[in-house]
Ligand binder design. Structure first.
Ligand code: EPU
Length: 337
């Protein structure tokens, strides 16, 4: 196991924030992970996967455990379905490419989401009408206190919108080492309901799409709207879309009848934070090297040398402006350290 000291984390977080890790463990086996955990008495650890959903605002004094476990394995299969397991350190998009190549369906709408397989369940990643929970079979995780391996079923993960048990009751208590997915081998359930997907397919004259066609449509949509973290530091959606109750929604709609919304239940309405932020005048705004993306106001970007604090200050400015204009509070989706 490789241990480094005082290294920059700039290459390890998609925001490209330059903070220093005092001690950095590069972990490539579960045995190494268990050993490090058993040696850490107070469990004050910083777990780093793909670094795609975090904003680092200060140097990290705690030991950083970079989970870089690799491997993809078929657990079981029938003519129709497959259970396939990927280690936590596998790149999410590369794993989807592997599945599409083998004609395993289910994950294609989530193509090109940055990050690694192991962090995907923590916030139940999702895009274009599909969430991780729709294909999630189980995950293996190590208890940081006992170093025992625990398997969590879909139900046990308590998935919700960008949420799971790993962000709540079990926060910081388990390290996910692998995730198993239940995918289709034929009769794929294609989800083209999300408007932009159908438009992209029509534009290419595709009437009977394959999972590869859908993946390519999603990639094209994402590339047109969302910045590539390799070119412009970002963490995807910085905020969650706020959910408001019926009373709040009625008032909101009277004032802003043109606003887009998604009805979740009879009494719950989700308002796109990107729309709120754009209306509050922040789309494309730049303050030093911290900015709001020009094509998708929900994404904050680092033009090069922004500090985590500068991104955070911008986020708070945006949040205050949205509260002032709409009376709606938007909460960050990224984890802030
Ligand atoms: N909108 C604006 N201005 C903007 C951005 C959006 O008016 O600057 C409007 C759009 O016109 C549309 C609505 O807001 O009417 C929704 O926009 P979009 O379809 O782009 O989706 P979103 O709600 O902003 C969510 C996810 C994304 C995911 C997309 C597509 C969250 C927090 N974000 O964004 O996820 O890719 O849907 O499914 O739920 C991520 O989590 O990092 C992420 C990128």
């Amino acid at each position: 196991m490789q241990i480094s000291h005082n290294i920059s984390l700039k290459q390890h977080n998609t925001f490209g924030i330059d903070v220093t890790a005092e001690t950095f463990y590069h972990i490539t086996t579960v045995a190494q992970l268990k050993k490090v955990l058993s040696e850490q008495k107070n469990n004050a650890l910083f777990i780093l996967g793909g670094g795609s959903n975090m904003l680092l605002t200060q140097d990290i004094k705690k030991p950083v455990l970079h989970i870089d476990l690799k491997g993809i394995e078929v657990i079981s299969e029938t003519d129709d379905n497959i259970i396939i397991k990927a280690s936590a350190g596998e790149n999410w998009h590369q794993f989807i490419i592997h599945c599409i190549h083998n004609n395993y369906g289910g994950l294609e709408n989530m193509s090109l989401i940055p990050g690694n397989v192991g962090t995907a369940p923590i916030q139940n990643i999702g895009a274009y009408g599909v969430e991780l929970k729709d294909c999630f079979y189980s995950c293996e995780a190590i208890d940081v206190n006992t170093q025992e391996t625990h398997t969590f079923t879909n139900k046990e993960c308590e998935f919700g919108y960008r949420n799971s048990i790993f962000k709540n009751q079990l926060k910081g208590q388990f390290i996910i080492t692998s995730v198993s997915f239940s995918l289709t081998k034929r009769n794929h359930k294609l989800r083209t309901g999300y408007g932009a997907i159908q438009e992209a397919l029509n534009a290419n004259n595709i009437s009977t799409p394959t999972i590869k066609d859908i993946s390519e449509a999603v990639i094209a949509i994402r590339q047109s709207k969302l910045p590539d973290p390799n070119k412009l530091g970002n963490s995807g959606s910085f905020f969650k879309n706020p959910i408001i109750d019926l009373d709040g929604f009625r008032t909101f709609q009277q004032q802003f009848p043109e606003a887009p919304f998604y009805k979740i239940t009879e009494t719950q309405f989700k308002i796109p934070a990107g729309w709120l932020i754009e209306q509050a005048g922040f789309k494309g705004k730049r303050y030093g090297d911290a900015g709001v993306h020009k094509n998708q106001a929900l994404v904050l970007v680092n033009y090069g040398n922004a500090t985590g604090q500068e991104i955070w200050d911008l986020a708070m400015k945006v949040k205050e402006a949205v509260i002032k204009k709409f009376g709606i509070t938007i909460a960050p989706e990224v984890n802030v350290f």
